[in-house]
Design a protein. Structure first.
Lengths: 250, 302
């Protein structure tokens, strides 16, 4: 990460940006082909399945992308482990006690019961909870998906009821995931007034210093303190203060 | 007998009616024969030809020659099935249509003895005052080859004709929700979608007959039934070759999830029924508070 005299900071590495784009493609393909099978009685499902090329084609596409998703999840877990064990990189996604108090404090602030907004580090509670929701959801949906793909092998070890339960879990977990993306993620990264029409930092990797200072003030302070020197810190903080009124309640 | 009428699915309506009565001279051609030859079609080609049975049910005796010719039996001619009909026809002994159709099964038996014997040994043969006859599933004059994809695709509709009928099923102490539960489970879901895709493609998912059997369907209480627990693994292995004794309980056996029968499934479903509204409504509230705050602060700024 660099904080030079330009007005932005590189927030996401090329690897992370590619991972996100890959996730969009895989998630969309799986959601479309999966939900059509999950909610198969809807008129739309019949219409769409016929146009995709029949339920067999839909199933094949779903399974191929399911395999790719499993590999991507595995890759992500390898990267995490590597970061943790080899690189000893900072685990900025880990949930802390502060994230839970931040939820309450942010809502109290927004409702006018608190005068200052909580300050956030590299990832705020919204991003962290969404990330962990995605991670746990991915593990659940991958596990149940594999059970559904290999029911005979699975039942050599597990009772058959787990296959029946996997049908239920796989479908509802997917429904929950898609609803969360549509309701929350789309709001958070596109419709939210602060970023409307879109927060592009996950694609460009860049975030403006101004937004950095507003939304990730703790990380920004750390960054300008350690890397960029006092003058940059002043620049950033002044700018932050100028912008402050927008965030203050009436 | 009234109830029987419910059994009929559209193609079968035609069939049952048409098997009816009458034959004329011993002439083999089912097709229209040039006048003035006196043959079956001279009378049975008339769409208005009907017969009233002793129970006062009136049934059409019209036969479409084209339909017969396009059927799998198109080449065997009327008297291939309708034997013993001299002209004038002997009096009809049957009291009602079911009687009539049951007698007509003798024609099928001549060439398909094991199938008819199978049907007669099945649960469907001995039902009080009714039962299933060949024509109910295969049709009569429009009979199609039994191994076709399209007949397989209509299996569900055939069985549903009776098994989704609550009044009818109650008489036998059977559940009328077997179709719904089948359609909610994996086999039913996919086979329904496959049938919607195309009537010509072979449904490669289990349909009713794959588990329950075809002609020899037994009561689910019979020790020889393919679908009782003891025999189920073998039945599953017809498609899932590597199925083990644990495997069959992966199928919900036509039951909805319940705490006593399938606690894991029931718990999973309950969890999501709570979790999904909780999450989505919670997030919406958060968004609502966010937007309200943003509006107020931008107003204040002005």
């Amino acid at each position: 990460m660099s904080a030079d005299s330009t007005n932005y900071i590189v927030r996401f590495s090329v690897r992370q940006r590619i991972e996100h784009i890959a996730l969009i493609v895989i998630f969309t393909a799986l959601a479309v082909t999966g939900l059509l099978q999950r909610f198969y009685t809807g008129w739309f499902a019949e219409w769409a399945i016929v146009r995709i090329g029949g339920v067999e084609t839909v199933r094949v596409i779903h399974r191929i992308f399911g395999g790719v998703f499993t590999l991507a999840l595995f890759y992500h877990l390898v990267i995490l482990t590597h970061g943790l064990v080899v690189k000893h990189s900072r685990q900025s996604m880990l949930l802390t006690r502060k994230d839970f108090t931040d939820v309450v404090d942010s809502l109290r602030y927004a409702l006018g019961f608190r005068s200052s907004r909580p300050e956030f580090g590299r990832f705020n509670y919204r991003q962290k909870f969404e990330y962990w929701g995605l991670m746990f959801g991915s593990v659940i949906i991958t596990a149940t998906g594999l059970i559904l793909m290999f029911p005979a092998a699975v039942t050599t070890i597990l009772p058959g009821q787990f296959v029946a339960a996997s049908v239920v879990i796989h479908g509802w977990e997917a429904t929950l995931a898609v609803l969360t993306i549509i309701v929350w993620h789309f709001y958070e990264v596109m419709l939210r007034p602060d970023v409307f029409p879109a927060d592009t930092s996950i694609f460009t990797g860049k975030i403006s210093k101004q937004r950095m200072a507003e939304e990730h003030s703790l990380e920004y302070a750390e960054l300008v303190g350690t890397e960029a020197g006092i003058e940059h810190a002043d620049y950033g903080l002044e700018e932050t203060q100028e912008q402050e009124p927008t965030a203050e309640p009436g | 007998m009234r109830k029987r009428a419910l059994v009929f699915v559209i193609p079968l309506l035609l069939a049952g009616a048409a098997v009816a009565a009458s034959n004329q001279t011993a002439k083999a051609d089912a097709g229209p024969v040039p006048a003035p030859t006196f043959d079956c079609m001279n009378c049975h080609g008339n769409p208005d030809l009907t017969m009233t049975l002793p129970d006062n049910e009136t049934t059409s005796l019209h036969v479409s020659a084209t339909m017969v010719q396009q059927s799998v039996h198109g080449q065997i001619g009327c008297e291939g099935c309708h034997t013993g009909y001299d002209f004038p026809h002997p009096a009809v002994a049957a009291q009602d249509r079911f009687d009539y159709e049951k007698a007509a099964m003798a024609a099928c038996q001549k060439c398909h003895p094991s199938e008819v014997a199978g049907l007669q040994s099945s649960i469907h043969a001995g039902l009080q005052g009714m039962g299933i006859v060949c024509q109910d599933c295969h049709g009569g004059h429009d009979i199609q080859p039994a191994q076709t994809a399209s007949l397989r695709a209509t299996t569900l509709a055939l069985c549903t004709g009776c098994h989704q009928n609550q009044d009818l099923m109650q008489q036998y102490g059977l559940s009328s929700s077997v179709v719904t539960t089948y359609l909610k489970d994996f086999h039913g879901r996919t086979s329904l979608l496959q049938a919607e895709d195309s009537q010509e493609a072979w449904i490669n998912e289990a349909v009713c007959i794959d588990c329950h059997g075809v002609h020899t369907i037994l009561s689910v209480d019979s020790p020889n039934s393919q679908v009782i627990r003891d025999n189920l693994t073998t039945t599953c292995q017809k498609c899932h070759q590597s199925a083990t004794p644990n495997f069959p309980s992966g199928w919900m056996a036509h039951y909805a999830p319940s705490a006593s029968r399938t606690p894991v499934v029931f718990l999973a479903r309950t969890f999501y029924w709570i979790m999904i509204p909780f999450t989505v409504i919670g997030l919406m509230i958060h968004i609502g508070i966010d937007i309200r705050h943003h509006r107020r602060s931008s107003k204040a700024k002005e």
